[in-house]
Design a protein around this ligand. Structure first.
Ligand code: PLP
Length: 418
């Protein structure tokens, strides 16, 4: 980034500081990860210059011969790793991908059945201030009060009652395996489309560490920057019969020119996702989440639903007499990054919360394993107590520093002159 350094030293410094922060902190936000350098390089390439409205072979601009090859490569690779009938790689983000799915087959006011946000659903699954909550009649299902897991019989009852045109499965804070076959059966019983938003578990699905929704759902969307470890973006997978509707809704429906540098970076991520290393890392991500949950439980933390099957876990802090907001602020001081999160049936507001969400994709990408998860649990046990002292925070910061130094992030970038 020597040109950036010369031409915009202020911005260069800020990027450098963020790089140092990412390297020095323990990143436990479940939706974050570290994109490989090859993905960053594709994102920073000359493809950012090119307008390419349309699709390969059907563009509104000249000079798209290489751009077409890039997009086709991304599509072919995605088809291979997901086994999908049709792929659209143009959505700018997960939210845009979700918007395109709704707009492709629903009319405004149609009923959509989706997971309650308080039980782990995403904003685009019906939040009142989101387009989804404003355009559609959202009915929600939750988790069982006792098990804190999805209760498919209860979901079926709600579906039979509200007769939705679409059922949405998928979540951003649900730690258990989702049974997509059962969702398909429910959707068939009420004549609804099944739309799966697998943003969080995408990498696990590719590796086979979580069952795939692709054979069961008419529509599947995912972000590409979470467990998949690609650029910040989204894609849509659908059955062949909906390919035209989806493509037309993405462009010209809700987007203009595709971000070709990001599509190129997605192609890189898809290639890397075919490797044995990626597969092993995804299984390790789950093993790490299991180890973290077990260690935390041994310190007396209550893990929502009693554990995890995936890359994330929810920790209820009620017995520690801390809120999620307090916890994330304390952890920040020791360079441990998490997010506050509602737990099912939370009595506190979304800006305070009774819990935190922890995820292992980013620490696993750095090479950490079960041994480090035990250290992280120990650090959380020290910090997440009412009245934790400054000395304790400093001692954990030293521990974090020792662990992160062992697993350097982007060493080639850090070596560059400041
Ligand atoms: N869907 C789920 C399940 C998510 O967790 C997220 C983001 O956190 C999104 C959609 C939206 O993705 P984006 O932030 O790219 O719009």
């Amino acid at each position: 980034m020597q040109n950036l350094k010369k031409q915009d030293p202020i911005l260069f410094k800020l990027i450098r500081k963020e790089l140092e922060r990412e390297n020095a902190n323990l990143e436990l936000i479940a939706s974050e990860n570290f994109a490989p350098s090859s993905v960053l390089e594709a994102q920073g390439s000359c493809l950012t210059n090119k307008y390419a409205e349309g699709y390969p072979g059907r563009r509104w601009y000249g000079g798209c011969e290489y751009i077409d090859e890039v997009e086709n490569l991304a599509i072919q690779r995605a088809k291979k790793i997901f086994g999908a009938e049709h792929i659209n790689v143009q959505p700018h983000s997960g939210s845009t991908a979700n918007m395109a799915v709704y707009l492709s087959v629903l009319e405004f006011g149609d009923t959509v059945l989706a997971l309650d946000l308080a039980c782990g659903g995403h904003l685009t699954h019906g939040h009142v201030h989101n387009f989804s909550g404003r355009f559609y009649n959202i009915v929600t299902y939750g988790v069982d009060r006792r098990t804190e897991m999805l209760d498919y019989d209860a979901i079926e009852e709600i579906a039979k009652c509200c007769r939705p045109k679409m059922i949405v499965a998928g979540a951003c804070a649900y730690p258990r395996i989702i049974d997509f076959k059962k969702f398909r059966q429910i959707a068939d019983k009420v004549g609804a489309y099944l739309f799966v938003d697998m943003a969080h578990i995408c990498g696990l699905v590719i590796a086979g560490a979580h069952p795939t929704p692709v054979p069961y759902a008419e529509f599947v969307t995912t972000t590409t920057h979470k467990t998949l470890r690609g650029p910040r973006s989204g894609i849509i997978l659908c059955k062949k019969e909906f390919s035209d509707k989806i493509d037309k809704t993405v462009f010209p429906g809700i987007q203009g020119g595709p971000l070709m540098h990001i599509i190129a970076a997605k192609a890189v991520a898809f290639k890397l996702a075919m490797s044995q290393k990626f597969k092993a890392d995804q299984f390790q991500t789950v093993k790490n989440a299991l180890a973290l949950a077990a260690s935390l439980a041994s310190y007396g933390f209550r893990i929502v639903s009693g554990g995890t099957d995936t890359h994330l876990l929810l920790v209820d802090l009620t017995n520690r007499r801390l809120t999620g907001r307090d916890a994330s602020e304390i952890l920040d001081k020791a360079k441990i990054t998490v997010n506050k999160n509602l737990i099912p049936f939370d009595r506190l507001s979304p800006s305070v919360t009774s819990g935190i969400r922890l995820g292992t994709p980013a620490v696993t990408s750095r090479g950490m394993k079960e041994r480090e998860m035990k250290k992280i649990a120990q650090a959380l046990d020290i910090l997440l107590r009412l009245g934790v002292s400054n000395n304790e925070i400093i001692s954990v910061r030293d521990l974090v520093s020792a662990v992160t130094k062992q697993f350097p992030l982007y060493p080639e970038l850090l070596k560059c002159k400041k």
